[in-house]
Design a protein around this ligand. Sequence first.
Ligand code: AKG
Length: 247
Amino acid sequence: MKLSEADVVRYRHVGHLTVPGVFGADRTAAIVADIEAWGEQFLADLPPAQRAWYVDGGVKARSVLRKLDNPHHHRPLVRELARDPALVQLVEAFIGPGVSVYFSQIFFKPPEGGGPKPAHQDNFYFGPNDIEGVITAWVALDDATLENGCLYFGDGTNQGPVYPHEAPADEPYNLQLPAEILARQPMSPAPVLRGGVSFHHGNTFHQSGPNTSTRWRRACALHYVNRDTFFEHPALPYDESLKLRIS
Ligand SMILES: O=C(O)CCC(=O)C(=O)O
């Protein structure tokens, strides 16, 4: 799968690009089955002190996960996804050859209440030595729509600075951009069908809404770095030993 020059120019200009149809339905279904099984076990073993971090507070009727960390390390199927040649070719077109997955996340965004993710910049969380060396490949495992909480992006914010973030006292993991900065920045939705990949630059403002629908909005976010980039001053702890060299 090859990007046109116009695609790359657009990515550099607005800081994100959606590429449809990178993965087929069999592949996304297999990953969904795998993360569901992992999630069930993870939830059963979850110590009470960590529930606030991992359980989705928006779904009141039952306990359901908000996210899981480092699937590229824990799940062979996700490792294979991260190494998929078509995906790696796209990642290298944006950040150059010789890439690794430094961190990864499954976002579950469950139906009927899955909570929003406030606007943020990944480069505030990761604190890389080179802001241009980080890209997130957000693989849609379900169709992501306005109703079930697709991503929204701030066009062109990749060309601006990384701003200080703040977090509510009871949600230290929910680092987010201050309201006065967001007030100046329109955010546009980026719906994507299952199997498509939404790429964003580490500085690009992004957020997702609540899931008000009856359908899941699961996604796998793979945070890649190029060979010269590492997390120099991260805002949260990231385990560098889980870094997976891909190319
Ligand atoms: O999937 C979401 O709702 C948030 C995704 C995100 O913040 C990311 O991939 O960096």
